[in-house]
Design a protein around this ligand. Structure first.
Ligand SMILES: [Zn+2]
Ligand SMILES: [Zn+2]
Length: 227
């Protein structure tokens, strides 16, 4: 295990939350990847991408660049990540969690360790972090809760993220916080792989898109008639 389970969960939650606001992955120029791809695989991948786009395309042609626009969406987001126990989200929670997103993204955008530490310190301070050990069942065992049980949702998320980022800083592991390697993607990732080999985010099928772009580039580079 790389990090404590609650640290891993908080890092994943912060990453997913930042990625609920992102730019359209269809915009921008594709950079080429050199990984080999066979034709059948590429055609299947292209079909999957088209199907995913069709399934998630918003009505009226608006860009799907923010998926956290209602209290219901926030509750679904938190349920999917097993943020329990908690009260149902409120409109105030939604505004506060949305306001937290750029502050979390700032961790990925920090220009160096000083700025990163300052961003994390502000997260900890403003969330009223107050750590205490708890074992409330549910298979987590002993772990840290970092805010009062009655704390607002955004404070809870901010404090959890603050502690998890602080762990990365203390362990010298902040290079695991990276932007997605796809040039047309603004999402971020937390690389929890043992050998730090992760390149693409979870949000936009970016790994597949990059391989397909590489395949297309090689295919169109071939001469029209064989020599
Ligand atoms: Zn707990
Ligand atoms: Zn991406």
């Amino acid at each position: 295990m790389l990090f404590a389970h609650d640290t891993t969960a908080a890092l994943t939650l912060a990453t997913d939350l930042v990625n609920t606001a992102r730019v359209d992955p269809a915009a921008g120029q594709a950079r080429l990847d050199t990984a080999p791809v066979d034709k059948a695989w590429a055609e299947t991948a292209l079909a999957n991408i088209a199907r995913d786009r069709a399934a998630t395309a918003p009505v009226g042609g608006a860009r799907a660049d923010d998926t956290l626009t209602s209290v219901a969406a926030l509750d679904v987001f938190l349920d999917q990540r097993h943020i329990t126990p908690r009260r149902p989200a409120t409109p105030a929670d939604l505004s506060a969690v949305r306001a937290l997103r750029p502050r979390l993204r700032a961790v990925w955008q920090a220009s160096g360790p000083e700025e990163l530490a300052a961003v994390v310190n502000r997260l900890l301070r403003d969330s009223g972090a107050r750590p205490w050990l708890v074992d409330h069942g549910g298979g987590w065992g002993w772990h840290l809760h970092v805010t009062e049980p009655s704390a607002p949702l955004a404070h809870r998320i901010g404090a959890q993220a603050g502690f998890a980022f602080a762990d990365l800083v203390r362990l010298g592991e902040t290079e695991r916080l990276r932007p997605c390697d796809a040039p047309d993607c603004a999402a971020v990732l937390i690389d929890l792989s043992r050998n730090r080999s992760r390149r693409y985010c979870d949000t936009g099928n970016c790994g597949n898109r990059q391989h397909v772009a590489a395949y297309r580039a090689r295919h169109t580079a071939l001469p029209a008639t064989p020599p």
